[in-house]
Design a protein around this ligand. Sequence first.
Ligand code: TRP
Length: 455
Amino acid sequence: MATSNRGQWSGKLGFILAASGSAIGLGNIWRFPYTAGENGGGAFVLLYLTFVVVIGIPLVLAELSVGRKTQLNPVGAFEKLSPGSKWPWLGKLGILTGFGILAFYSVIAGWTLWYLFEAITGGFSGEITPEVSAQMFTSMTSDPWLAIFLMGVFMILTIVIVQGGISAGIERTTKILMPLLLVILVVLAVRSVTLPGGMEGVAYLFTPDFSKIDFGVMMSALGQALFSLSLGMGAMITYGSYFPKDENLPQAGIIVAFFDTGIAVLAGLIIFPALFSVGIEPDGGPGLVFVVLPTIFNNLPAGGFFAIAFYALLAIAALTSTISLLEVVVAYFVDEKKWERKKASWVAGGACFVVAVPSALAAGGSAFFTDFMGFGIDFLSIQNNLWGNYSLSFGAVMLCIFVGWNWGIPKALESLEASGHKFAAAGVWGILVRYVCPAAIAIVLGYIVFTGTYF
Ligand code: TRP
């Protein structure tokens, strides 16, 4: 299999930026706050942080080790490490999951474009009450053509970048913009926390009420940890496959995980204080972030400028994530089916556009998809649960079994340490990947599936 012309990151920093670009996105800024709000706040946050450390980081390294060793897409990688086995199916499930996630993620990403447009045209000037903000949000999402159009524009942006190839497309986009996003988030968090009543939001986020923990909350926290770190479907296998031979991989992976988690906490520190300050309920669902944010811009000096900068950077953060989702699908067709990159990008992206239409109509655009078949849940949330929680968790258990028991920890470690840098936590990591992670994920996922809770 030709690996020489696949391209490579320009060093460790290039990798860290690109992998952070994949990890940091709507998962941190849109999904984390609203999921935390739906699951009672502090207890969810504590579980999420625990899962990041105990499950997320070990899995980041497990996926990266497979990618670095094989230098292939997930399907090819499993085939190479376990020839003639059924493991490549896990890679195929990952590719399907990437496609499934992109098919609802692109809808939310489209919303960010609309808010950017509103910010540029002065839509957030003057006092915006929670009612006005909620009204703005629904008038966008309930317009079917607008929602489809926005999703489509975002899909095209993603396709155009992915077809341009790996380092040229992805790295350049991330290099300057990720640090800028961080700066804007810090400014907004400081403003939000110091709003009257803002500290209540901080308390909500960090005071765990243990009585709120049940398997549903655990599933959401686990799914969020995996989703946010782009785990469970082979994205990190793909990214690891472009990692330079002579650089310290475990260190780079851990930096990415910390950076990603830091951004999510920062987003929480923007949303919850603001929401308590203006009196919005924390369990408002997928629209939460979009409804809360416009209410703080006019409390900020140069708020109009910050609004534009924020939505522009949010759209770009989303774009660097959609790129990684489509890239996994495209890399499969390029490596395994020998398609041209350009053709693979347009065919996969085009198909995803079609599949994303019902999700685009699920926030008021169509009654059928908003209350899907009368289940009392919208189609987008179903997709979000199905791919973002269940499928990623399943993929994560299987990956632990593969690396821990089939391919084996010694070989995975060899790959992690290929540059000659020793991985100090190798012993703990092996135990986590072999026993703790697969058992913990299987218990949570198993409980949810067998008791039929949560859908
Ligand atoms: N992690 C991204 C976010 O938080 C979303 C994402 C990109 C993703 N690639 C992924 C999630 C792969 C799961 C798997 O926004």
